[in-house]
Design a protein around this ligand. Sequence first.
Ligand SMILES: Nc1ncnc2c1ncn2[C@@H]1O[C@H](COP(=O)(O)OP(=O)(O)OP(=O)(O)O)[C@@H](O)[C@H]1O
Length: 255
Amino acid sequence: MTPDGAGVGLDGVAHRFGDVDVLRDIAFTVEPRRSLGVIGPSGCGKSTLLTFIAGLAEPGGGSVRVGAETAPAGRLAACALMPQKDLLLPWRRAIDNAALALENRGVPRKQARARVAPLFERFNLGGFEQHWPHELSGGMRQRVAFLRTLVADKDVLLLDEPFGGLDAITRADMQDWLRGVLTVEPRTAVLVTHDVEEALLLCHEVVVLTPRPATVVARIEVDLPVRVSRAETIADPAFTALRARILSILAQGSA
Ligand SMILES: Nc1ncnc2c1ncn2[C@@H]1O[C@H](COP(=O)(O)OP(=O)(O)OP(=O)(O)O)[C@@H](O)[C@H]1O
């Protein structure tokens, strides 16, 4: 990671897959150590946008920047992408899945294990280091995947519906947990989600996309009074008003 973190900037990003016009003139910036939620209808191009930021592909038009890097290889080096599915390797124990990003960077397995082992307690995974992925709950698997993403030590986290597959209670627990992680150790984060509440709880700003071809229809600053508990935050009239505003934009496709 770089000492001051890295921001993200998109300008005029456009893309088509064959006849399918997916993205049109997408522009936004994320300041270093700030989190941006991306909300939009299913299939509008949110995951595609993350793959462009991560440098895994190039858009047909426009520019993408991560820190000072505009070339795909430079962006890839600065980003850790957590895809929709946790993608733990079934043949590796939890600790070895968590250590994977370090091993991929050339850290020997023993050292990589030693680096991730102390984090298991902090991620509420203490005692489960030697379990296989199929022996963990959905929430635990997500936390192992997060641990792996965070220890990759990249400036930018790209999170693609990280809690999409979880039940409502586990999802709420995981949102609280991630909120804590990002407060203790702020990173630049782009969070794709269908869940307006999740975006408001976890992000400093939210962009709302239209149905395909996606354009940015609204950019909303999440400026809420600091509340200790989740219940208090969600009950706050400012939170309720923002949620209603975003839901209305999603329903109408316009701000
Ligand atoms: N590699 C590809 N080749 C062709 N079409 C693709 C490819 N990747 C995505 N698409 C199409 O681009 C559109 C946007 O897909 P994408 O997965 O980015 O949407 P999304 O907003 O993330 O969807 P969801 O919210 O359902 O996860 C879809 O119509 C999809 O079928």
